[in-house]
Design a binder for this molecule. Structure first.
Ligand code: PGA
Length: 258
């Protein structure tokens, strides 16, 4: 089963989030199937409305970040795991490159947030990936391996965790058209899988989904999913535009659910 995560970032206001979620559920209704699992990650202020739209559709609700603190308290502007659960979330994106860039999250903070998410029974979708400069200096493999070591140091894979490999230079809003080829993405997914063996047994590693994210569109999504060990995708920009998202969903349903 492929996992498709739509990260709507801060692209949509609440009304448009509600509308797009409503449309999305209708596209699924006509032709849903068990080969695909969707998670919609709207802005926090839209979580409740989107949750209502997704009800009964089989699609899951996710948040885009979580506070580090296990408890409610004096943490202005942050959102606790309990609050995300109340809103209906079952998953949460952690360590997204924009959170690292604009809010300063480090791998150590990502590790703490992952523990907080797990403590609240939220499945973490942990983002890793190298910058343009790191890639240019040939450090990609070392950086990604190091990120996994820091984030997973005390964690065994005895619970569900999702990894998203997102080369930061390939995110559509900053890539200027640069894309990570499906073959290069597959190489990284194999490296990630190999590294995960340090944290779990064969069966646990197999169960850990590794998603690819970075300029995924209706034109290229199947070529990513066709690669070994690309278990799904994390889609930003193209998932927040109705026509583009509809085309992605249609292609996925046509390809995997006939
Ligand atoms: P993109 O974003 O699909 O717009 O490249 C992916 C992401 O940032 O998660």
């Amino acid at each position: 089963m492929y996992k498709i995560v739509a990260n709507w970032k801060m692209y949509l206001d609440v009304q448009n989030s509600r509308n797009l979620a409503g449309h999305f559920v209708k596209w699924l209704e006509k032709n849903g199937c068990s080969e695909l699992e969707f998670t919609i990650c709207p802005s926090n202020v839209a979580l409740w409305d989107v949750a209502r739209q997704l009800e009964g559709s089989g699609a899951l609700l996710g948040a885009q970040d979580i506070a580090r603190s296990l408890q409610l308290g004096a943490f202005t502007a942050q959102t606790a795991g309990t609050q995300l659960k109340e809103a209906g979330c079952s998953e949460v994106i952690i360590g997204h490159s924009e959170v690292r860039q604009f809010l300063g999250d480090t791998d150590e903070i990502v590790a703490q947030k992952m523990q907080t998410a797990l403590a609240h029974n939220l499945i973490p979708i942990v983002c890793i990936g190298e910058t343009k400069e790191e890639k240019a200096s040939g450090q990609t493999d070392a950086i990604v391996t190091q990120q996994l070591h820091t984030i997973f140091q005390d964690q065994t894979l005895n619970t569900e965790i999702i990894i998203a490999y997102e080369p930061r230079w390939a995110i559509s809003s900053v890539s200027g058209g640069a894309v990570c080829s499906p073959e290069d993405a597959a190489h990284m997914h194999q490296l990630i899988e190999h590294t995960l063996h340090e944290f779990g047994n064969e069966e646990q590693v197999k169960k850990t989904k590794i998603l690819y994210g970075g300029s995924v569109t209706s034109e290229n999504i199947v070529s990513y999913l066709n690669e070994p060990r690309i278990d799904g995708t994390l889609i930003g920009g193209a998932s927040a535009k109705q026509e583009k998202f509809q085309e992605i969903v249609r292609i996925l349903l046509d390809t995997y659910c006939l």
